[in-house]
Design a binder for this molecule. Structure first.
Ligand code: CMC
Length: 427
């Protein structure tokens, strides 16, 4: 017998058998529950989608209580230890780790599309010298849709592959130029001898030396951070990507919207907010007073808590280990002591323990980025480079989903039912 959920409507005494699949009922099946035949039918009310699955997905698995994160079935710890970002991007988008010929082709295609059109550079030059790099990043990604109008043909797999490659390849170039623009430095052309992440460092930091060679420890650390940020199932920005994509918008416009969602301090802007918070706290002895102020409702402990993880974020564990490797090269970030003391106190404090608030991916990433020379305003942009792979993977999956329709939530209307227009003099 098929699994069903029996619902009794006390208003009418009627019973309904609602099919259950994957521990889930379809919200549309509730519509048959009516008091009168003319009723619209029952809806579910779920602000912020706390308990609503918006799609079926085979990309990322999270068990928030157990602290498990897997991409396409592979544990994040293994991917971070053995994989490279571009390999993992391929895995997310195409479903399997690439064999050597596929990886070679993927690498080659990516390196051919790293450059930005000269007009895109001119477009970026129009931003004020102090423009936030994330604002530059998301606007420029949106502007790419005007450079590649064939991207509108979302049903053509050849075009989709081309736009996918362009987005993954150009995201670091846009990010690097956003940074150099704010620093008043000239654009650096890519070096195809370097890895994806090595070339990004080249485009960021090259000065007058004829050839830039990144430090291998820092290059690897940044690559690992890209892997850790690459996907996280139906979070705020990915949902934005899918929502916009559901209207058949081109991938550049959809990704610009996803990047805008990532910009917020509760999402990808959190690592920037963590660094500002640690800087404001200043020294480890100030931590207890700060924790008290958070408990008294004066702000949040940034980098703590997660909608899905109710235990230690598995990405935070990998990042903490990576931080030690980076500090061996760059010297210890003095704010690390503040962070460690915050973590120690918070993990013992009843307020945080009872609410299951643990460090998330962003708690330590900002310290690494700062030690590597990044300004905090670049932190969300670095997140966006990694997440570009996940956004595209989720968009691809959406386009192949036979249940796809334009996203259009319902509402519970609570306003005035009807009123007559009142002229200005009578209000
Ligand atoms: N500091 C202090 N209290 C907190 C925090 C925090 N960071 N996070 C949650 N709480 C409290 C909150 O005040 C509430 O308490 P009460 O029940 O007394 O009202 C309770 O914990 C539940 O909070 P919530 O806002 O209902 O939880 P949520 O699942 O809606 O929010 C969150 C998740 C990530 C937005 C939130 O934990 C937060 O604001 N964290 C700080 C920002 C941050 O680090 N964001 C990065 C998330 S990881 C990167 C990413 O994937 O984007």
């Amino acid at each position: 017998m098929a699994d069903t959920l029996t619902i009794t409507d006390n208003r009418t005494g009627k019973q309904y058998e609602i099919p259950v699949t994957d521990d889930t009922i379809r919200a549309a099946d509730l519509r048959q529950i009516k008091v009168d035949p003319d009723d619209f039918g029952m809806m579910s009310y779920d602000p912020a989608f706390l308990n609503t699955a918006s799609c079926r997905s085979a990309i990322t698995f999270i068990d928030g209580d157990k602290g498990i994160l897997r991409y396409r079935g592979y544990p994040i710890e293994q991917l971070a230890e053995h994989g490279t970002f571009i390999e993992i991007a391929y895995l997310l988008i195409y479903g399997d780790l690439p064999i050597s010929t596929e990886l070679a082709e993927w690498k080659d295609e990516l390196s051919q599309h790293v450059m930005l059109h000269e007009n895109i550079k001119k477009f970026m030059e129009g931003f004020r010298y102090d423009a936030h790099p994330m604002g530059i990043f998301l606007s420029t990604v949106g502007a790419l849709s005007t450079f590649y109008p064939q991207a509108k043909d979302i049903d053509d797999p050849v075009s989709r592959r081309l736009q996918t490659i362009r987005l993954i390849a150009k995201a670091p170039s846009i990010a690097a130029y956003a940074y150099r623009h704010s620093a008043g430095k000239p654009y650096v052309y890519p070096d195809s001898e370097l890895s994806y992440t090595g070339n990004f460092l080249n485009q960021l930091y090259k000065r007058t030396e004829p050839v830039y060679r990144p430090d291998p420890v820092l290059e690897r650390a940044l690559d690992v951070l890209f892997i850790l940020h690459a996907d996280h199932e139906q979070n705020c920005s990915t949902s934005a990507m899918r929502n916009i994509g559901s209207s058949n918008a081109d991938p550049y416009s959809s990704l610009a919207g996803a990047a805008a969602a990532l910009y917020g301090p509760l999402h990808g802007g959190a690592n920037e907010a963590v660094l500002r918070m640690l800087t404001k706290i200043g020294t480890a002895d100030q931590v207890p007073a700060f924790v008290e102020s958070v408990k008294n409702g004066k702000g949040r402990l940034m980098g703590f808590g997660h909608r899905v993880y109710k235990s230690y974020d598995p990405r935070a564990k990998v990042i903490k280990a990576t931080a030690n490797q980076v500090f061996e090269v760059t010297g210890r970030n003095p704010l690390l002591d503040v962070a460690l003391e915050l973590e120690r106190i918070a993990l013992e404090d009843e307020y945080f323990v009872s609410r299951k608030l643990y460090p998330n991916v962003d708690f330590y990433s900002g310290l690494i980025y700062q030690a590597m020379g990044f300004d905090p305003s670049m932190f969300p942009v670095l997140f966006a480079i990694g997440r570009t792979a996940g956004w595209i993977a989720q968009w691809e999956e959406l386009l192949g989903d036979e249940a796809r329709k334009i996203a259009r939530p319902r509402q519970v209307y609570v306003g005035e039912l009807i009123r007559d227009y009142v002229t200005m003099g009578d209000r």
